[in-house]
Design a protein around this ligand. Structure first.
Ligand code: GLN
Length: 284
């Protein structure tokens, strides 16, 4: 460990890489993100000022964070924040950490032709990432976001305040239960869709995320299919359902939407070229 009071940025990063290399596949990125958080700077600062000395407080805070990361905690939990759609979201262990893959769902929703003041529902909003990103782009959309987990509802509200998007309605609801008598132009969701027996659940960052946000019964299809079944009763004529799902689930989700009578059913790939979202239009 470098002498705290004499450690430069370059030395601190080098030390952190060596600590994290064995336990994290993203040791370099992690070390940089943690140090940037301690210094409250942006990435270019690290490379512009590699000889800059850390104060002993900065080094102490940094080494504590590196220790947490070594024990497996996700970087987003350690720094309490994750960027999504270029917006800063507060995160904690009550819900899923927003994934870059989900940005394709936001992009797809924004490309749909709906009325200028569309009524939009985001089911299982978690941090609020989808609903608040849509609100940041479409201030006239009337957006409701629901989550069944009280801690997630609180977190989404904190993000709504932080991002200054007060018009987004955020409520606690078991899927459609609190919006039973309401109809929407667009229903979006990134529900839990991982098979409960998936071996990846015991690896990496997902170990620190709640199962309720990750897994669903019936090989991961239970919530996707429940939402699809219910969405038919809550979509206005011409409205859209847009669901995120696992990269191997597209065929079955498309079949389900077609069976329910949705039209223009299509799957969209994420930026890693994996099938990621499927949408359909409800023509009544
Ligand atoms: N895509 C996420 C993962 O694979 C899971 C997100 C979800 O279940 N909604 O970790």
């Amino acid at each position: 460990m470098p002498q705290s009071s004499y450690s430069t940025i370059a030395e601190a990063l080098q030390w952190a890489y060596s600590q994290l290399a064995a336990t994290s596949e993203s040791a370099h990125v992690d070390a940089e993100a943690l140090l940037l958080h301690c210094l409250n700077k942006n990435r270019s600062f690290l490379y512009t000022w590699p000889e800059r000395l850390l104060t002993s407080e900065q080094f102490k805070a940094f080494s504590q964070m590196v220790t947490k990361r070594q024990a497996g905690s996700p970087v987003a939990h350690i720094i309490g924040e994750r960027e999504f759609w270029s917006l800063p979201f507060i995160v904690n262990d009550s819900t899923l950490i927003p994934r870059p893959d989900t940005e394709i769902l936001v992009e797809t929703a924004l490309n749909l032709t709906v009325r200028h003041n569309a009524k939009v529902l985001d089911l299982g909003t978690g941090t609020g990432a989808i609903a608040l990103s849509l609100a940041s782009e479409r201030p006239k959309w009337r957006i409701t976001a629901i989550d069944n987990v009280p801690g997630a509802v609180e977190l989404a509200k904190a993000n709504r305040n932080n991002l200054n998007l007060p018009d987004v309605e955020i409520i606690q609801s078991d899927w459609f239960s609190a919006v039973e008598h309401r109809d929407f132009d667009l229903i979006v969701s990134n529900p839990p869709y991982i098979d409960e027996t998936d071996e990846h659940l015991s690896m990496g960052d997902v170990r620190f995320e709640p199962q309720s946000a990750l897994t669903a019964a019936d090989e991961g299809y239970a919530d996707l299919f429940h939402i699809a079944d219910q969405a038919c009763k809550h979509l206005l004529t011409g409205g859209y359902l847009l669901l995120e799902h696992g990269y191997e689930q597209a065929i079955k989700v498309r079949e389900k939407l077609i069976e329910l009578g949705f039209q223009n059913v299509a799957t969209v790939r994420d930026f890693g070229s994996n099938d990621r979202c499927t949408l359909g239009q409800w023509v009544g």
